[in-house]
Design a protein. Sequence first.
Length: 424
Amino acid sequence: MPANIVVGTQWGDEGKGKIIDIISSRADVVVRSQGGNNAGHTVVNNGEVYKLHLIPSGILYPDTLCLIGAGVVLDPKDFISELDNLESRGISTANLKVDPRAHIVMPWHIALDGLSEAFRGGKDIGTTKRGIGPTYMDKYERCGIRMYDLVHPDVLAEKIQSTGRLKNKIITEVYGGEPFDLGAVTAEYTEYGKRLLPFVDDVSVLTFDADKAGKTIMFEGAQATLLDIDFGTYPYVTSSHPLSAGVCVGTGVGPKVITNIIGVAKAYTTRVGKGPFPTELDDEIGDQIRNVGGEFGTTTGRPRRTGWFDAVIVRHSVRVNGLDSLAINKLDTLAGIDTLKVCVAYKRPDGTVTENFPPTLEELEGCEPVYEEFPGFNEDISKCASFDELPENCKKYITRLEELVGCRVGMVGIGPDRAQILER
Ligand code: GDP
Ligand code: IMO
Ligand code: MG
């Protein structure tokens, strides 16, 4: 009966993987409902590191049913290599199912992601180049290839011909790129379909039935609120709805199933890719956070941009996701910084102040963060066993964040391992 959602509240990489893993240990079913292999979720268990992109983190628990919903876009080649990688490490993938409605990332989507980014020149989005945007474009254009098609060779061959011809025309005539050999693509993807046939099942039905049977469900968010196509920093966003509400449309369940919504944040802010970042630090403190926190992309290896905690952003996330509580990760990374700053509001160019995140980039432009300062801490907190054991300055910092964003902090992360979490 309990159904938790875990969502990112900043620009991704908040340590959702760790929180999801902890909650998965108490869940019967784990569901992914949007995004694709643009996500990179790290789980660390006793020094063993797992980096998951498409497969729900619940896969690390042998009895957990892991579901990939209709709203996910699935790259079969990458998915199979993730399956093989897990199997080679002794992790069973027998409890994994993919909805037949999920759209397939085809090779032309990946090519078009790169070509359109290059066409934008200096105004590129900085995508992960995994073909995510072009796959969602085809879904909404109603010419996409879905999981059902992939595992039915006749349907697949026909759809590759019809949509592939159009894609080749766009690639060659608009972008001057190289066309795909549609026969070779059909042969390759037919093989992927054969391999993936046993995984196909109706995730909406499986989730509904699990809820009716009183099972504990966890919806695993990928990306984050500020990357949402509507409520993020458009156009520097991803092409799906990483918000809590996206879970229902991306899985095919009604909102009344949900009982608890947890937002994940870092004790500071990071962003990978381009776009606005009001609290960004282009100085030694920013470098220190990047190096100490290991802030390099899980999917692309790119250095992450770093900055102070932005309460305006997280307050926005509390509202648009309807958060019940927050998990704040990576507090340990801030050790050794004399003065910690938190952005509490934005000052507009006309001198007025707002506590709400501006809806458009035009309104965000020229906004200056208004900071509150806190004394830092020097202690190694990574071995603290309870919230009470944290240095006073850490406790004050977290308590103030809670007040500023208007949401209870239920968990504090003090290291990458599963065990390095303080529950309150
Ligand atoms: P996700 O995309 O939200 O799942 O986050 P990523 O896995 O991409 O990035 C988060 C990184 O921070 C990973 O390397 C995690 O192992 C690490 N991490 C998570 N929580 C903590 C924490 O509390 N402290 C430290 N030092 N690292 C953490
Ligand atoms: P997780 O789940 C951080 C960013 C990309 C780029 C923008 C659009 O690990 O938190 P896309 O390839 O989706 O079209 O790229 O979104 N992005 C992420 N940034 N974490 C992620 O996922 C991301 N997924 C996409 O860097 O700025
Ligand atoms: Mg990540």
